[in-house]
Design a protein around this ligand. Structure first.
Ligand code: ZN
Length: 226
């Protein structure tokens, strides 16, 4: 198992793009992993190639894509069904996909074992997030323990954005790759739940109205203005 290799859970959004740059700065060999789970904003996955090309490096290894259609079969989330985005009775937005990150980390760990990779990187954040319980630091730490017990491994789950707000995530990109990396992520990464790509705002592409666009726009304003 290579201690100098990392697998980045790479959706093509701002957070995972920043995580890819972070990993390329720290590990000799970096592979990426995307999940196709029936998300309405599947356009996000098309952004992955452009981001990988923009961060091309001798350290950047192969890309992997896993199909996880089961989450959409189970249903019940506005991310996988044509439902209006709203708050649930328990205070969580209905964009929450129950079990998503639990499944993703388990599959990422299985792939990492298969590839001989010790480090797994995810863009989860509980600073200015939507309250998704599977993005919390405690969840990820518990998953690391569970995965290592269940797979007889010593994998390390890294979440470099956990305690950063979106403005700080832009500053991390600036520190890692300067203006060219910020511009690459601004133009090529995708956050919008509605999958809108035809409008380029100062903060990137999106509908400008969904919760993901709202969070991204406010983060960019705080970064660019401060
Ligand atoms: Zn949007």
């Amino acid at each position: 198992m290579r201690d100098d290799a990392a697998l980045v859970m790479f959706s093509g959004g701002q957070d995972s793009a920043t995580c890819l740059a972070w990993a390329l700065d720290r590990f000799a060999h970096v592979e990426t992993l995307g999940f196709e789970y029936g998300q309405r904003h599947v356009v996000e996955l098309a952004c992955r190639d452009a981001l990988r090309a923009g961060m091309a490096s001798p350290h950047l290894g192969p890309d992997h894509m896993l199909a996880v259609p089961t989450l959409a079969v189970i249903g019940g989330s506005a991310l996988t069904e044509d439902a209006a985005i709203a708050m649930r009775e328990d205070g969580l937005p209905n964009t929450f996909v129950p079990g998503r990150n639990l499944v993703f980390f388990t599959l990422a760990a299985a792939l990492a074992v298969r590839r001989g990779i010790r480090h797994i990187i995810g863009g989860m954040c509980e600073t200015d997030y939507s309250g998704y319980p599977d993005c919390r630091d405690d969840t990820i730490k518990a998953l690391q323990a569970t995965i290592n017990l269940g797979m007889n491994t010593r994998l390390v789950l890294h979440t470099p954005l956990m305690w950063l707000d979106k403005a700080a995530t832009w500053r991390m990109a600036q520190a890692l790759g300067g203006a060219p990396l910020v511009e690459l992520i601004r133009v090529q990464s995708h956050s919008c739940y509605q999958g809108v790509r035809d409008v380029l705002h100062p903060w990137g592409h999106g509908c400008g109205e969904c919760p993901a666009c709202d969070l991204r726009a406010r983060g960019w304003a705080a970064y660019a203005g401060g």
